[in-house]
Design a protein around this ligand. Sequence first.
Ligand code: BGC
Length: 743
Amino acid sequence: MKSESKKNKKMEKEIEKLIQNMTLDEKISMIHGVELFKSGGVERLGIPGVVSSDGPMGVRAQFMSDRWIASGNNDDSVSYLPSNSALASTWNPYRAYEMGHVLGTEARGRGKDVILAPGINIKRSPLCGRNFEYMSEDPKLTAALAVPFVKGVQENDVAACVKHFAANVQETDRLMVDEEIDERTLYELYLPAFKAAVQEGNAYSIMGAYNKINGVHCCENKNLLDVILRGEWGFDGTVISDWGGVHKTREAAQCSMDIEMSVFADFDDYKMANPLKEAIRRGEISEKTVDAKVRNILRMMFRLKMIGKDKAERKAGSYNTPDHREMALRTAEESMILLKNDKHTLPLNPSKIKKLVVIGQNAVKIHSDGGGSAEIKALYEICPLMGLKCYLGGNTEVKYLKGYHVPEKPKTFDHNWQADSLDDLKNTDIGMAVRDEANEQEMHRRDEEQRLAQIEKEKAEIHEKNKELFVQAVEAAKNADAVIFVGGLNHDIDSEGFDRSDMKLPYEQDQLIEALLDVRKDMIVTFVGGSPVEMPWRNKAAAILWSYYAGMETGNAFAKIIFGDINPSGKLAETFPKKYDDCATGQNGQFGAWGNIKLEEGLYCGYRHFDRRHIAPAFCFGHGLSYTEFVYSSLTLKAEKGKDVKLTFTVKNDGSRVGSEVVQVYIAPIAPKVDRPDKELKAFAKVELAPGKSRKVSLLLKQQDFAYFDEHLHEFIADAGDYEILVGASCEDIRLKGIATLS
Ligand code: BGC
């Protein structure tokens, strides 16, 4: 500890020395982008620029320095890792650590200093376009996964850039939307995962979000960045703006925003470039504000061994290695969620199948190249059909049918989502754009109108083409030993830049599934997607398997689960409502608007809302079946030192297969002094058990786990009283109950 603080003191001294030696120009160059993914360095003093890259599912392909055009390298394919929503469904912090580790290794291997991940925003509404990049609707689960993820990344001498700070809950009007959030909701729901990433994960950097909170843009928000992040949490790393998230020079300069990045190529005109320099020259802003930013950046650079005497020891990284692919497979296997399995329909017995019919476009769809900034150039991607074929070998007939029509979205080499967002700017050529802030919101609104008009147009095309596709699919389904439907969403729908307009399956999939279930009651219904969908036919289906975008090994993991080599152990990290109107934003309508939204539901989103309103979802938070059965018994609660409570119980695998169970512990305050959610997740563990074996599980509930945020005292308070402790296999499937009393 002592030597650590000595080292830190030395580092701080060196930082001061470097700052003293810098000219204003040099300092300014360090605090803004000088390329699309690089901020400036000071060559004279041996300080390199900071090179960043997206993103959460793998290191993004290389772009030209000032254009959103892929540089066309052939050495920038990478491991395509499971999305954060898939990762969260494993409920396994070790998988999060491993994934962070692989991402960090690959980022270093590709020469990056900062990887723009993980995305840990709370999923407020199932319609948010970027939900696939985020983990959960629950802060405890998100925090528990974010911390090891960040540690895994950073042990490679790469900074995790935890994003998007904070409450980046919708894509509609994302640059300007103003979110009205009360303080308690912010502290209890939207901030805890960021706090954990900073304090427990020791994140070196954090990304300021695009949106406003209570009238102030996050990248210019003193309350968020100075009072909370630096003041209350003690963050001393680097705050990087989301690309184009800074709007005003003075405000950004005078709060803890350290590096301004943007999607525009007029680097010298960034707010924290020439405009800031001029304001300092005019004496309106003190040079000390710039020194503070440079200090935070240099501190991160020392920690990354980019500068200083440890430079030679900086890790070199590697990418596309076999062990990275194995990690992707393990996580994919653990992430898939068996939502329904009547009469042991799954797993299928491969020896009984001579002819398998696979229907649906997600059986063959490649997802790695879409979604916005999370897109990557994957080394390969095994889709479900390929996984099934590889598993079964050539002697089983596998017949594939599209089933439904998906309109083509042409992808060209010089075209990507961020370039698209510049398309409309007048008098500019793609990627060399200059910001036209006055018209930005209007341009985005126009884009959105065009997008929606295009969707309407496509509906007629889909309907027409589906007529024949449906007939073919139904006919084929009648003549097979087994039928697997693989549908769901894709990144034309789950995407950065816009939200979903409803929660329905696109391309008339509901009608097709109904028609198929009429002729094949035993059809296995499976999905790949990034956010919940309505499943109006779910009572008719015998087996439903859900996979989020699960990375390069999706298809192999999928086949192993379908045929029982892997026993599913994924659990939902978010509620799947029966219909959109049932969820909080469906009821209050405060989602997806332009201008302002009010987070009226407060703490009551996700399962907290469903509990409070007594609405039964289609599949609840924490739900996920196994091919085996788990039995819970013998709960004991014991007060530990202070106000902590230790709980112990036994879980037994009562079936005939090896399996893993995610045991979940919720706290339900009895007669609370203030309004509190009926129950909240406060602990969980994943337990692997051989058939017939049992294990004693011990978990600790800390005093903090009983607390709520008191807005008047501005602190977390755990009131004395009785709390029900609920132990279960999901938030609804509670198997054991006990009472803990806080004195
Ligand atoms: C996204 C960020 C991303 C950045 C750089 C922004 O549009 O919101 O998540 O890291 O672009 O590509």
